[in-house]
Write a protein that binds this ligand. Sequence first.
Ligand SMILES: O=C(O)CCC(=O)C(=O)O
Ligand SMILES: [Fe+2]
Length: 317
Amino acid sequence: MNIPIVNFEDYMLGETNISAENLQELCASLKTAFIEVGFVYLKNTGITQQEVDEVMNISKEFFYLPEEKKLPFSRGSYNNNPNHGWVSLERERLNPARPGDLKEAFNTSSLHPDIKWPSEDVPGFRDKQVSFFMRCKELSLRVLRLMGLSLGLDVDIFVSAHKQIGTDENGSTLRTLYYPPVDSGHVKEGQLRCGEHSDYGSITFVFQSPEGGLQVLSRSGQYISAPFIAGTVLLNVADLMQRWTSDVFISAIHRVLLPSPGDSTTRQSLAYFVQPDDEALITCCDGLNKYPPVKSGYYLTERFKESYGRKSGSMES
Ligand SMILES: O=C(O)CCC(=O)C(=O)O
Ligand SMILES: [Fe+2]
C-alpha cells in the first residue's frame, strides 16, 4: 500500500471557480484516502517548494544558535500561550513509553503582536514563520470544507469550528523541526527521532526535507514510508477529526526512526497542526455519540500532558 497523491489544482489557493464536477471528484479522492490510509499527498496546492525551503532555511539559523540564545524563547515561558516557543532536544516524547525524541522544535502558536521573537539573532524569523502559518491556515480551511462535503454534510460543519485560527483561543500551530546528526554511541535504548504517535487535532500538514524518513502505520499493521516529494504537501487526519467522524476518517500512527549507524545526516520538517477553536465542542457528526462530546482546548491540554510529562504539560513547565 502507498500513500495516494491527489491533484489539488482545481481548488488551489487563490482558485475560486471550481466546477461542481471537479469538486465532487476531488472530494471523492480525498475521502478514499482519509478512509483507507489517513494520509495523502496534495500536489498543486499553491504552497511552493520555495516557500517551504525558505522557512526551513531560516529555522536552521535559529536551531544553530547556542543554547543560551534559544532558552529565552522556550515553550512554557509565554503567559498568553502555553504551547508557543522552543522545545529542546529530548524534551518531548511523542511516544511516552520511549526516551525523549531526538529532535528540536519551535512552535509558532501565538501571533500576538506583543510576544518576543529571536529577531536580533535571526532577522526575518518571525515574518517567515507567521507568513507560512497564514498560508497553511488558508489551505487548511479549504481542506476542511472538502472534508465536510465528502461526507455529504454541510460545507461548514468543520470550518465553523475553526474560526479563531491564529488567535490565542485556538491551538493551531506551525512547528518547525530540526533533527540533528545522531551519534549512535550515545543513543538511549528505544530512543527514536520521533516516537510513534497520532496527531491531536483535526488535520496536519507535513513538509519534509529531501532526506524523508517519515513512516506511517497502515491499516494492515505495517509501516509504509512517506518519502519527500518535492512541491507536495503531506496531509493527515488527526485524532479529533477521527473522533468527530466516528472513526470513518483514520488518524494514522506515524514515526521517524533513527538513521542507520554511521549516517550523520540531519533532517528537517515543518508540521502545521490544525486544531478546532478551544471552546468548540467536538460531537460525533453522525449523531450516534460513539464518543462523548469533548472541548477542543481541554482535549489538547490533556494530550500535551502525555507528551511533555504530566507535571509540565502546560504553563508550569
Ligand atoms: O518530522 C516529521 O516528519 C513528523 C513530525 C510529527 O509527526 C509531529 O511532530 O507530529
Ligand atoms: Fe505527527
